[in-house]
Design a protein around this ligand. Structure first.
Ligand code: ZN
Length: 397
């Protein structure tokens, strides 16, 4: 890179759909905006700039439209990647889309003197929803510096300081709006950190960002697995994101298509199906025992209502039907290891109103213990869907 005494910006002027929308990046990131950015980064008032077409390329920009909503600024021997917000914030995914792309470009460039910034354009809408704050904190965790967080945001953005910190905050966020969830982070009963993420559509951006942040916070001895939830012939994460994850080198990426699910189904009756777990997350929210509300993720398992071993023995079912039942989130509950074992052993069950039933003849001293560890004697109404009750009838048939 040539040494520059005056800050110099290079900006791709086309967005992906500029020809159709008539909105060009050069209309959004104007010289006035660049002046502000320049001052914030360098303290200098003088700068030069050029808007370039798609076919322009150099050591920082490839031949393309403006992926990542970025400007490149060169000053002395330092290159700065500046990613710009949307002007309308609030759409859950639109504001996240360009961020992993900008990060991928930054991360993949081997030039050593580089910085990564984020700049809020004059935004309309609420830039400070719980979801947005989560995203900003993830961005901060992977190294984005916010140039003008104040005055756009009232609260300070802090990086996450541990994997547990992310899991905990994700949980708070998820609790408010479960239906919005697409990426779940938890720990397995073998204490591995697990990410369940959709890897297509807008969700791929969120999943990428979560992975980068978790990889950044990885500690020796930790295992992190990303279960990519593939649907139909939809693809894995974009190659550029997978490439970054692989270079970070601490996340095992496991594509989970139906072929993998068939193998798991053939081999075992139990808990190893990523899709079943994901479907339980979608129905029930984060891991918590339905009977004692234990929230320690390492102790919580996905319990089948109609057990896989029984599904396998059911007459006249095709493999496809069996798999559907085995993977259906309606055919399950979160239970802690104690309650799951008691459920599987037949010590406890549920009637069709969701009331807890205990087997006759349990020793009194055990009854006392069960009583002590069991907080609820009825399942929440929302669990008791038609399909759930059908699985329950299959269990007791
Ligand atoms: Zn429990």
């Amino acid at each position: 890179m040539e040494y520059r005494n005056t800050p110099h910006f290079i900006i791709k002027k086309n967005l992906q759909k500029s020809k159709n929308t008539g909105v060009y990046f050069s209309d959004v990131v104007t010289p006035d905006v660049l002046r502000d950015v320049c001052g914030l980064i360098t303290g200098q008032a003088d700068f030069t700039y050029q808007y370039v077409d798609n076919d322009y390329h150099d050591m920082f920009l490839e031949t393309s439209y403006n992926k990542g909503r970025i400007a490149i600024m060169q000053y002395r021997n330092v290159v700065s990647y500046i990613s710009f917000s949307e002007q309308e914030i609030g759409g859950r995914n639109s504001s996240v889309q360009s961020v992993p792309t900008a990060f991928n470009m930054y991360y993949n460039n081997s030039y050593p003197q580089k910085n990564l910034y984020y700049y809020f354009l004059n935004v309309e809408g609420n830039a400070e929803t719980d979801y947005q704050i989560l995203i900003y904190r993830l961005m901060n965790t992977i190294g984005f510096v916010f140039l003008n967080a104040s005055p756009t945001l009232l609260q300070r953005i802090n990086a996450f300081n541990s994997v547990e910190d992310i899991i905990f905050n994700r949980k708070i966020n998820a609790g408010r709006n479960r239906s919005n969830n697409s990426t779940f982070i938890t720990k397995s009963t073998s204490s591995e950190i697990e990410i369940y993420g959709k890897t297509y559509g807008a969700n791929k951006y969120e999943t990428s960002l979560m992975c980068y942040a978790l990889a950044n916070l990885w500690q020796p001895g930790q295992t992190i697995k990303l279960f990519e939830v593939l649907e139909g012939d939809l693809k894995e994460l974009p190659a550029s994101s997978l490439n970054v994850i692989n270079q970070m080198g601490v996340i095992d990426v496991i594509p989970t298509d139906m072929t993998l699910e068939k193998i798991i189904y053939d081999k075992e009756n139990s808990l190893r199906s990523p899709r079943f777990v994901l479907n339980l997350f979608n129905k029930l929210g984060n891991k918590h025992c339905a009977l004692c509300n234990c929230e320690i993720p390492e102790l919580i398992q996905g319990a089948h209502i109609w057990p896989v071993s029984a599904i396998k023995k059911a007459p006249a079912l095709s493999l496809e039907q069996c798999l559907e039942y085995a993977l259906d989130g309606e055919n399950g509950l979160w239970l802690c290891e104690n309650h799951h074992k008691m459920f599987d052993e037949g010590m406890l069950n549920f009637d069709h109103n969701g009331h807890l039933l205990l087997r006759n003849g349990i020793e009194r001293r055990h009854m006392k213990f069960i009583d002590e560890i069991t907080k609820y004697d009825v399942l929440p109404d929302e669990f008791l869907t038609g399909r759930f009750l059908w699985y329950l009838s299959q269990r007791t048939a």
